[in-house]
Design a protein around this ligand. Structure first.
Ligand SMILES: Cc1ncc(COP(=O)(O)O)c(C=O)c1O
Length: 355
């Protein structure tokens, strides 16, 4: 006799991790921050290496208050998670059950289609525009009485473009106030376009808006697993109910507190990444590759030859992320990777053109 799993899970591929690399390789597959941890953060984390025979604090009020003070937000509405992904699961679990709909743009963050699995809600995917942007008018037009949660990703992973404030405002005017809208801003620190929506300027206008942020990207703490959400007042209780208790260890919270004190140095690194991104985008466009604008720490190459491209880069010790058949995503990593990426891309374009 075999154990029966839910039929909804059959045939669904899971979230695939980026592959790991040897020392001379560039691992550019998981949108990680390539910089080593700051010594101050390391020290703060190490202070918590003893004492783990005890459970962590249920919630790090120090971190909550630090985030609240930094972003001028009410601490009572901030939830912490082991990264921001669990907070997405909590939002869906709190808002959408069997028969309800979870809407998001597609292609977007690979975890989105998985969020509804535990609750049995239905995914509604709205295709991106040709240039890799959210089609917000189409999303608004697809809202039904079953829609419970809409997830927006700005900048969009894996394509890179932002949602503008004007687009967001127009969209929110069409969303009924009883539908939860999540604005996932995992990459917001890399945005330079002044027209981009920024949740911190919007949350007070919309009682149904949830903001999602992470320490995994610009802040460089992916391995510590810390994310946070600013949650609508009336969702706080429901989201706590469906969350896993004590999921942020004390050392991770201490690391996040420490890195918030290093914001200037964090943003120096962000600026370096943005410089590399611009070199990469321009270099790829110069090769005739139609790369969409990127406001994040990754660049999207739309190509039906995604697997061929992945293999070619892989043979050149560059680990990227393929999303066949739509395209391939390159994380903007070490500045030394840019020249290698561009040279390999030039060879690949020639190879594909001559084949
Ligand atoms: C758009 C988006 N949201 C959320 C996350 C989740 O990151 P974490 O769980 O590390 O906070 C990612 C990670 O790649 C992402 O791309």
């Amino acid at each position: 006799m075999t154990i029966r799993t839910r039929k909804e899970l059959q045939g669904i591929g899971g979230y695939s991790q980026g592959r790991s690399a040897g020392p001379s390789w560039f691992k550019l597959s998981s949108n990680e921050n390539p910089n080593e941890p700051f010594p101050e953060v390391l020290e703060a984390v190490q202070k918590h290496t003893a004492g783990f025979n005890r459970y962590p604090k249920p919630v790090s009020t120090e971190l909550l208050e630090k985030i609240a003070a930094r972003y001028q937000l009410p601490a009572s509405r901030i939830l912490l998670g082991a990264g921001s992904t669990p907070l997405l699961y909590q939002a869906v679990a709190a808002a959408a059950g069997v028969g309800d709909e979870v809407m998001f743009a597609w292609r977007s963050f690979e975890a989105y289609p998985l969020l509804a699995l535990p609750t049995g809600a239905t995914n509604v995917r709205i295709p991106l525009t040709e240039d890799g942007r959210h089609n917000l008018p189409a999303m608004a037009a697809t809202i039904t009485e079953h829609t419970r949660i809409i997830i927006l990703c700005s900048p969009n992973n894996p394509t890179g473009p932002i949602i503008t404030t004007a687009e967001f405002t127009e969209f929110m005017a069409k969303v009924p106030a009883d539908i939860l809208v999540v604005l996932d801003e995992a990459y917001v620190e890399y945005v330079t376009n002044p027209e981009a929506v920024n949740g911190l300027e919007e949350w007070e206008k919309y009682p149904n808006l949830m903001l999602l942020r992470t320490f995994s990207k610009a802040w460089g703490l992916a391995g510590l697993r810390v994310g946070w959400a600013l949650v609508p007042e009336e969702m706080v209780g429901a989201m706590r109910l469906v969350g896993i208790p004590m999921s942020v260890p004390n050392g991770s919270a201490a690391g996040a507190i420490a890195v918030l004190d290093l914001e200037e140095r964090v943003f120096e690194r962000v600026r370096e990444t943005i410089e590399s991104r611009e070199l990469l985008v321009q270099g790829l466009r110069d090769l005739g590759i139609p790369v969409p604008d990127s406001e994040s720490n990754f660049v999207w190459i739309p190509t039906k030859e995604a697997q061929v491209a992945f293999d070619y880069y892989f043979d050149h010790e560059l680990i990227l992320r393929a999303f066949p058949p739509e395209g391939i995503r390159i994380t903007v990593g070490e500045s030394a990777s840019v020249a290698k990426l561009l040279e390999t891309s030039r060879e690949l374009v020639e190879k594909l053109l001559t084949n």
